[in-house]
Write a protein that binds this ligand. Structure first.
Ligand SMILES: *[C@@H]1O[C@H](CO)[C@@H](O)[C@H](O)[C@H]1NC(C)=O
Ligand SMILES: *[C@@H]1O[C@H](CO)[C@@H](O)[C@H](O)[C@H]1NC(C)=O
Length: 100
């Protein structure tokens, strides 16, 4: 019984996580993530990032991305944290990126 409840709880957590992922991560929309993905994926990141990606990056919360840097979330989404942190400069944006 306890085991079964745990499974249900896990499923709910996964569902919530998947749900929020579909909306946005750190103020980057799902579309923005999709547009940036080729540019933040190793080993052959696309440069320069697409216009849509740069648009998304200009509104992104990098403080928030920093906090995910060592989590499993970014790799799970196929995002290389170092490449992600380099996006503003690749987009010629003056967005300050916190060192993390
Ligand atoms: C960015 O994210 C951090 C951590 O999640 C949060 O504390 C901060 O308020 C956010 N900043 C903006 C401008 O949304
Ligand atoms: C950023 O500026 C450099 C040098 O001016 C240019 O070569 C590059 O294409 C620009 N990148 C973007 C994404 O606009």
């Amino acid at each position: 019984m306890a085991k079964r409840q745990l499974v249900v709880v896990l499923l709910v957590v996964v569902a919530l996580f998947e749900g929020s992922r579909a909306v946005s991560v750190c103020d980057i929309s799902e579309d923005g993530l999709a547009a940036c993905k080729p540019s933040v994926t190793k080993p052959d990141p696309v440069e320069p990032p697409s216009v849509d990606c740069c648009k998304a990056v200009s509104g992104a919360n990098f403080t928030c991305l920093c906090s995910y840097k060592n989590s499993y979330l970014l790799p799970y989404l196929g995002i290389d944290p170092d490449l992600a942190m380099a996006l503003p400069s690749k987009c010629n944006l003056s967005t300050p990126v916190p060192s993390c």
